[in-house]
Every structure is written in structure tokens, then in C-alpha cells.
Design a protein around this ligand. Structure first.
Ligand SMILES: Nc1ncnc2c1ncn2[C@@H]1O[C@H](COP(=O)(O)OP(=O)(O)OP(=O)(O)O)[C@@H](O)[C@H]1O
Length: 235
């Protein structure tokens, strides 16, 4: 796990909202390695989502550089960034963003229909333990199940990277653990690089590395000597 998949150099993001200039990222130098599960911690507003959105090609830096392997994302035109996102990145957000009128299988199909080398939707849903919920609609599923559909949708295109912004933020601890078990399994089974933003500091115990943010800067990067399985984490 020593091959960088992301590298940022003096990455900055400034939001200009009239009178106020917010330095959401103020010079971030970070390497993330292929196959690692990294947890990003830090107070609200410290820049975690901004960084992850830039890594995922949803947003652009104001200055500095970010590479995905040998691709300079900061130099890609809009179409290239869209292709990068489609081919390489899966996203999981706090609120699952499923289409309410579509079944679990159809929600996953939205992605597999346009992916280059997708899994079968039923296979992706099987990987997150939902083989018996293929034809259920979001309203017929628990929060944890809906989040697992969202993860199935994100992994069905076999992305190299899974970017998760507060994936357990809306879940109670029991269902949160199930979601984290799925992320750990994906990381181990496919070697997918996984980045998890969380406000729940206990989750750091399942990470290979923990990156802490404050005021748009990285204040520490720590490697876990021993990792805990999600079901052994005390929330
Ligand atoms: N679109 C935007 N326009 C203006 N300011 C923004 C925008 N997005 C983020 N910011 C500001 O940038 C800073 C960093 O925000 P960001 O969402 O990256 O922090 P965060 O660490 O992910 O916070 P949280 O844990 O609350 O999600 C904050 O001060 C935020 O208010």
C-alpha cells in the first residue's frame, strides 16, 4: 500500500461570497495510497468535504495541484473531469440520494447502464447483503438498507476510489456498523481505496490512516498500528 492514488500539492480553495472570502482549503499537501481506507476527521467547516469534492472531480481547486495517479485533475477540461468521475470514482453521501420511484435494482441500474465494465446490479446488491431486497423501493427500506443500496450503486461500476461523506451520519449505531462492515469488505475484497469523512471519531479505529483537518489545513496524519472491525468499535 505504498502507491499513491491521489497526491495534492498546496491545494487551496477560496469561496468568494461577496464581502467574505472563505479559505475552505489553505494549502493541503496529502498523499492517499491505493488500497487504503482513510478516515478524515475535523471540526465542522474545516475543509473535509471541500477536499473530497475536489478529489472526486465534483469541484475545482482555486490553486495548487491534485493528481489521480498520473492524471493532473487541475488541468483537465470539464469533459475530462466528467469522464474521470464516471470511470474511476464512486460517491456515498449522508442522505442516500436514491430515486424514490425506482426499486433498489433500478437505482443501481441507473449507473450500470452507462458504465464501461459494470457488475450486474443484483451482484452489487448481493455484495452489500441486499439480495432479498432487489425489488424494494427506498420507502420500503430502513436507512441502513438505503445506504447499502447507495453503496451498491457506487461500487457497481467497479471504481478504484470510493469517497464517502458522512456515510453513517443519519444512521443509528447498529445500522451504522453494518454500513461500515460493507465498506471494510469492499476495501478488502476489491482493494478499492476508500475515504470516509466522519464526525464520529470512534470510526477512526477501523482506518489504515487518520487525517485530521483544522481551518482548511491538515494538522496530523496518523497510522493505526492495530485496526478494529466495525462491530468492535465502541460508539
Ligand atoms: N459553496 C460554498 N460557498 C461558500 N462557502 C463554502 C461553500 N462550500 C463550503 N464553504 C465553506 O468552506 C469551509 C469548509 O467547508 P467544508 O464543507 O469543506 O467543511 P467540512 O469540514 O466538510 O464541514 P462539515 O464537517 O460541517 O461538513 C466552510 O467555512 C464552509 O462554510
Amino acid at each position: 500500500m505504498d502507491r499513491p492514488i491521489f497526491r495534492t500539492e498546496a491545494l487551496s480553495k477560496v469561496y468568494d461570497t461577496g464581502d467574505v472570502r472563505v479559505h475552505a482549503l489553505a494549502g493541503v499537501d496529502l498523499k492517499l495510497f491505493a488500497g487504503e481506507l482513510a478516515v478524515l476527521l475535523g471540526p465542522s467547516g474545516s475543509g473535509k468535504s471541500t477536499l473530497v469534492n475536489i478529489l472526486g472531480g465534483l469541484d475545482r481547486a482555486s490553486s495548487g495541484k491534485v493528481w489521480f495517479k498520473d492524471i493532473d485533475l487541475t488541468a483537465l477540461p470539464e469533459r475530462g473531469l466528467t469522464r474521470y468521475r464516471r470511470d474511476h470514482v464512486g460517491f456515498v453521501f449522508q442522505f442516500y440520494n436514491l430515486v424514490p420511484s425506482l426499486s433498489a435494482r433500478e437505482n443501481v441500474q441507473l449507473v450500470t447502464d452507462v458504465a464501461r465494465d459494470p457488475m450486474d446490479p443484483a451482484e452489487a446488491l448481493g455484495l452489500v447483503g441486499l439480495s432479498d431486497r432487489l425489488d424494494h423501493f427506498p420507502a420500503e427500506m430502513s436507512g441502513g438498507e438505503q445506504q447499502r443500496v447507495a453503496i451498491a450503486r457506487a461500487i457497481a461500476k467497479r471504481p478504484e476510489v470510493l469517497l464517502c461523506d458522512e456515510p453513517t451520519g443519519a444512521l443509528d449505531s447498529r445500522t451504522g456498523v453494518q454500513v461500515l462492515e460493507v465498506l471494510k469488505d469492499i476495501n478488502e475484497r476489491f482493494g478499492t481505496t476508500i475515504v470516509v469523512i466522519t464526525h464520529n471519531a470512534a470510526i477512526r479505529q477501523m482506518a489504515h490512516r487518520i487525517v485530521r483537518f483544522q481551518d482548511g489545513r491538515i494538522v496530523s496524519v496518523e497510522t493505526n498500528e492495530t485496526r478494529l472491525a466495525p462491530h468492535d468499535i465502541d460508539w
